[in-house]
Ligand binder design. Structure first.
Ligand code: ATP
Length: 299
């Protein structure tokens, strides 16, 4: 195989709780992760010459060794002493630095795709072990679906699939520093912890209303205080008929669940017209199939 095209799917958090801070600065988290059908298109091409090249449609993204896709390719090329190289092209659609794990999804796709293209036959578990050295969310981006993430986000337990629904994703045109959000959270005396177990119970009962009703993100208050646009988007979604709406990760992306696609579409248009966000997507959640094969990654 000389060339492979993959879908690198992003995620949202149905729940995000922070339990504490480790001495090394990492935070212990308890998160419910959900894959969404919004993806970067990742193309890998084998090269006879050694080395890694990265190209992307976003001029502001790094294409050198600081791009996480580059680092993912390097780990495997080094491990297998591979003399050939790879050209990586990233067509980005997942909002960048938005709490949707776009970089981690790209890295996951590169690990998965290179393993196939070069025929190294690493198992999913082995790919996840390589992935965690790149970032805490990478193993989850390999696993996909609905999952509980603990530890620093790398300890994964698969959960029953989220009931089907429509999703509206809106990213306001602001940049949020994840580091700063966590620092502000650490400084708070009292924190309102979300009901992670309530979400899990809702998933077990396949009860969309309970899942959506239990959703919560401990980082939301911190980011919202700084950026009222997040509150405005959330309120618009609720007014537009969302079952619930919330910020994903450390933000600033906001998502809402809808029963009807038409309601999500209409609300998207209102958010656009009000200028609250420019990157707006109406899509669905993505659940993994039981006997999934590698087709799931194909474009
Ligand atoms: P998370 O949800 O895991 O916190 P995120 O959505 O906050 O992720 P990313 O979109 O993954 O963040 O990007 C974070 C930073 O990483 C960006 O500022 C960007 O410059 C850098 N980066 C490196 N490689 C990539 C990549 N392939 N895609 C996106 N960003 C990348």
């Amino acid at each position: 195989m000389e060339r492979i095209q993959l879908k690198a799917l992003g995620k949202i958090n149905l729940g995000l709780d922070v339990l504490g801070k480790r001495e090394n600065g990492y935070h212990d988290v308890r998160m419910i992760m959900q894959t969404v059908y919004l993806y970067d298109e990742v193309t890998l091409e084998k090269r006879q010459k050694p080395g890694i090249t990265v190209s992307t449609n976003l001029i502001y993204l790094p294409t050198d060794k600081t791009n996480i896709a580059y680092r993912a390719a390097k780990i495997l090329l080094d491990e297998f002493g591979e003399r050939r190289g790879v050209a990586i092209h990233l067509k980005k659609h997942i909002p960048v630095a938005a709490g949707m794990a776009g970089g981690s999804a790209d890295a996951a796709a590169v690990l998965f795709g290179m393993n196939r293209m070069f025929g190294w036959k690493l198992s999913e578990k082995e790919l996840m072990e390589r992935g965690v050295t790149l970032g805490a969310d990478v193993p989850y981006c390999i696993m996909r679906g609905t999952a509980l993430a603990e530890g620093i986000g790398e300890k994964l337990t698969r959960l029953p699939a989220m009931p089907k629904c429509h999703l509206l994703i809106a990213k306001p045109p602001i940049s949020v520093s994840t580091k700063l959000v966590y620092e502000k959270l650490d400084a708070l005396a009292i924190v309102d912890h979300p009901d992670i177990d309530g979400i899990i119970e809702g998933l077990k009962d396949r009860d969309l209303i309970r899942v959506a009703g239990s959703m919560g993100n401990v980082l939301q208050n911190v980011t919202e205080t700084e950026y009222p646009v997040i509150t405005q988007i959330k309120e618009k979604m609720i007014k537009g008929g969302a079952i619930n709406a919330m910020m994903s990760g450390s933000g600033p992306t906001v998502f809402g669940f809808f029963k009807e696609r038409s309601m999500a579409k209409k609300t998207a248009e209102q958010i656009r017209q009000l200028g609250l966000a420019r990157q707006i997507y109406t899509t669905t959640i993505h659940n993994v199939r039981k006997n999934r094969g590698s087709d799931e990654w194909k474009q």
